[in-house]
Design a protein around this ligand. Structure first.
Ligand SMILES: Nc1ncnc2c1ncn2[C@@H]1O[C@H](COP(=O)(O)OP(=O)(O)OP(=O)(O)O)[C@@H](O)[C@H]1O
Ligand SMILES: [Mg+2]
Length: 282
């Protein structure tokens, strides 16, 4: 099972929205068995997936039935596990969160046989839940709302105390950084001067896509493309994306495709810190 944490240092960056869009995309286009692990409080992923009229299964502590029956007719599935229903991750069980890392690590290794990918939605850094997840996953992706503060927010994700570089150096040496994903609420924001500053300053951290006009992928607000339906599966075939399709809509579909390819490139394995138990075992 591959694992990807969607993280940011600021609230309302689009973590939950991206987690749900990506879960649905992976299920519809790759037919993957997707586990959405919702560590946020209150959990919102199950609700959001349901709002997209998407059938998600919320299973508290219940183990998936069997590898085959966990799949839907299309081949993939999405299960949502909310931390507030998982023994050992609930704050009332462990108010100081002293066992959070160990319990999360155990959970990830226990569910690994049942899923192809685990997407983790956690509270914003420096929340300990996000730090523990960062120490355990294969890769991290950071949505950043495009605004005048976006360079500061992105820098904190990369260079902050609990940023990628520090976590990689101290806790999870095999942690991959998929990149910074600009989330654009208003298309006009892409023409602002500070967006150019972002493009220049963060160039090497943006998720490159030579085929897209800007050279990197970005996620539009669904409302800005007048849809409440996610970009897939109707738009999942690149061939179907003709020139008449609005740029934002095309950008959304492309963004999910590129992230999917990045995920595909991650070698399937067990939880990284289980492989490198000597690096971090506390
Ligand atoms: N791509 C998107 N399309 C539509 N709405 C979006 C998108 N990204 C974010 N939003 C909106 O922005 C707000 C914040 O998004 P979201 O809840 O996903 O962020 P978050 O980082 O998970 O926030 P929180 O800190 O509250 O957990 C929500 O109202 C959501 O509807
Ligand atoms: Mg959220």
């Amino acid at each position: 099972m591959k694992s990807l944490l969607i993280v940011s240092t600021k609230g309302s960056s689009g973590r939950t929205t991206l987690t749900c869009l990506l879960a649905r995309h992976l299920q519809c286009t790759c037919y993957w068995r997707v586990l959405v692990l919702d560590l946020a409080e209150p959990p919102r992923c199950a609700h959001l997936l349901a709002r997209y009229r998407y059938e998600a299964i919320v299973s508290g502590n219940r183990a998936p039935a069997s590898q085959e029956s966990a799949r839907s007719a299309s081949g993939g599935c999405v299960h949502v596990l909310s931390a507030n229903a998982i023994d050992g991750l609930m704050s009332r069980d462990d108010p100081a969160r002293t066992r959070y890392y160990a319990n999360l690590r155990h959970l990830l290794s226990a569910v690994a046989p049942w899923f192809d990918v685990c997407l983790v939605d956690a509270p914003a850094l420096p929340d300990l839940r996000a730090v523990c997840a960062e120490a355990l996953v294969d890769a991290v992706l950071s949505p950043v709302a495009v605004s005048p503060e976006c360079v500061t927010c992105a820098s904190a994700v990369i260079n902050g105390t609990y940023g990628i570089r520090n976590i990689r150096a101290r806790l999870n040496p095999v942690l991959r950084f998929t990149g910074i994903l600009p989330v654009v609420a208003v298309p006009a924001a892409m023409e602002q001067a500070w967006t150019k500053v972002m493009e220049t300053t963060l160039r090497e951290w943006l998720i490159a896509d030579p085929a897209s006009p800007r050279g990197y992928v970005w996620l539009p607000h669904l409302t800005s493309v007048c849809r409440m339906e996610p970009f897939t599966p109707a738009d999942s075939e690149p061939a179907a994306r003709d020139a008449d399709m609005p740029e934002a809509l095309r950008a959304g579909a492309t963004c999910l495709d590129v992230i999917t390819h990045r995920l595909e490139a991650i070698q399937d394995g067990t939880v990284p810190s289980l492989r490198h138990a000597e690096v971090c075992d506390a």
